[in-house]
Design a binder for this molecule. Structure first.
Ligand SMILES: *Cc1c(COP(=O)(O)O)cnc(C)c1O
Length: 455
């Protein structure tokens, strides 16, 4: 399988190169040259557990890693989960809830980042190369990325976060990982400063090449690929037709559901649920894509205005026409908005849920069913109650409630959101470097700590 850029100006890449590249050189996102069709195989795929299904599906997208090696990588990635089935189907009353948060950092990002860590390691070792990952995080992504690559000799990871502006628990999940290859950087500034520092460091192409800088953010194709598997799995386990309700920020999770549907898995509708940062729900309802001010909510991993993965959907929606896509994106970049006909296309339904209704959903679902949802999951639960769809509607649970104890405890009215792994963090040694929001300081730190690229 080759990978092509949504902007159409990059030569097709192998899977391995697509994984190491992240963003395509022409500024686009990489997508498979064609979407595999599974409609003839659904009966046999329906017999498989999650890990077996991953082993059967990945080779359809990856032809430059031998199947036996891929199987080992899948086993190693998902051994780190506390549930043998990796994902866990629970019921909140009669609503199926697909729990995706049983990995090492208790958020759904582990499903993709545990596999991506294994893929990076395998590819780099085969090629005799190293990678220095530089990332910026406002919370969950940093810890999941660190958990995916800690202790790997071919990789160092540098994660910047805004000093004093992430939750103490989120900070401890990163800073208590004291492997030599993990470097946590508390930047004296905002999350925007961290992103700006990251972009300008990547923008210095000499520096980028000398230190083999790589990125682990959600534009990486392997992250989408890993996520297709749980949609496939749940669509085959639940009574058809299955719709999914997905709490959404960067459009990475729900886009994997869209691809699973296009592959032929029995998926009916995708309900896109945002918090008050409603740029995506407005777009899917009206066709207007307009950037606003970021609002800070109790579901911080969805406090996003510009959803990087939407570009992949737009590419398919615009009939795989890179010229039409470039026009849409450059209009949006220039004036902060762009418009299409409402792109419902019989798949997506969308709604935004505010903080009050999210808190109410946590409380109500707990009172009625005993199920404790985290605030991100609760945005989805509230959306699923509001939108009427025929057949089964499964809600995706993206974080363990104990990651967000303040909101959950307040909504439920008692201290209920706890997890022993998170309680234990308070007594563990932790390590971080505080830096001013200054590009020279960041480069100096990377240069001091990173082994130079072995090329
Ligand atoms: C990242 C994240 C989301 C949003 O996922 P996207 O792929 O960005 O749409 C939702 N919930 C939690 C807990 C997350 O960490």
């Amino acid at each position: 399988m080759r990978y092509v850029s949504t902007r159409g100006a990059t030569d097709a890449l192998s899977f391995q190169d697509a994984v190491l590249t992240g963003l395509a050189p022409d500024g686009g996102l990489l997508v498979p040259a064609r979407i595999p069709d599974v409609t003839g195989d659904l009966d046999s795929l329906a017999q498989l557990n999650f890990v077996e299904l991953a082993k059967r599906m990945l080779p359809r997208f990856i032809d430059d890693i031998p199947a036996a090696d891929l199987e080992n990588l899948v086993d190693a990635a998902y051994r780190t989960f506390s549930r043998p089935g990796v994902v866990h189907l629970e019921y909140a009353g009669d609503i199926p809830v697909l729990e995706l948060f049983h990995g090492p950092t208790l958020a759904f990002k582990d499903i993709a980042l545990q596999l991506l860590g294994q893929l990076f390691d395998h590819i780099l070792n085969r090629r005799g190369q190293r990678l220095n990952i530089l990332g910026a995080t406002s919370g969950d992504t940093g810890s999941a990325a660190i958990a995916g690559v800690r202790g790997r000799p071919a990789i160092d990871i540098f994660v910047m976060y805004p000093h004093g502006r992430i939750s103490p628990l989120q900070e401890l999940q990163m800073t208590t990982v004291t492997d030599d290859n993990v470097h946590c950087i508390a930047v004296e500034g905002s999350f925007d400063d961290c992103q700006r520092l990251m972009k300008s460091t990547f923008g210095d192409l000499d520096f980028k090449a000398r230190y083999a800088l790589g990125s682990i953010n959600s534009v990486n194709w392997a992250r989408v690929l890993a996520q297709i598997v749980y949609y496939a799995y749940a669509s085959l386990k639940l009574p058809a037709p299955v719709s999914f309700c997905v709490p959404t920020g960067n459009f990475g999770n729900i886009f994997a559901g869209y691809l699973a549907k296009r592959m032929g898995f029995p998926i009916h509708r995708l309900i896109l649920a945002t918090n008050e940062n409603d740029i995506l729900s407005v777009f899917f309802s009206t066709g207007l894509y307009r950037r606003g001010q970021v609002r800070f909510t109790i579901s911080p991993s969805m406090d996003i205005q510009v959803a990087s993965n939407l570009e992949r959907f737009l590419y398919y929606h615009l009939q795989e026409d890179p010229v039409a896509l470039r026009i849409f994106m450059s209009t949006f970049d220039a004036v902060g908005e762009a418009r299409l006909a409402p792109p419902g296309d019989d798949v997506f339904l969308a709604t935004a849920v505010n903080t009050r209704n999210t808190m109410a959903a946590i409380r109500q679902v707990y009172r009625e069913t005993g199920y404790v949802a985290d605030p991100h999951t609760a945005v989805g639960l509230a959306a699923a109650r509001r939108i009427d769809v025929d057949g089964t509607v499964a809600c995706l649970a993206t974080a363990h409630p104990a990651k967000f104890p303040e909101a959950v405890d307040e909504a439920v009215g008692q201290p209920i959101a706890r997890h022993p792994a998170l309680d234990a963090l308070a007594n563990m040694p932790s390590r971080r470097t505080v830096l001013s929001a200054d590009i020279a300081a960041v480069k100096k730190l990377v240069a001091e700590r990173a082994p130079q690229a072995a090329r």
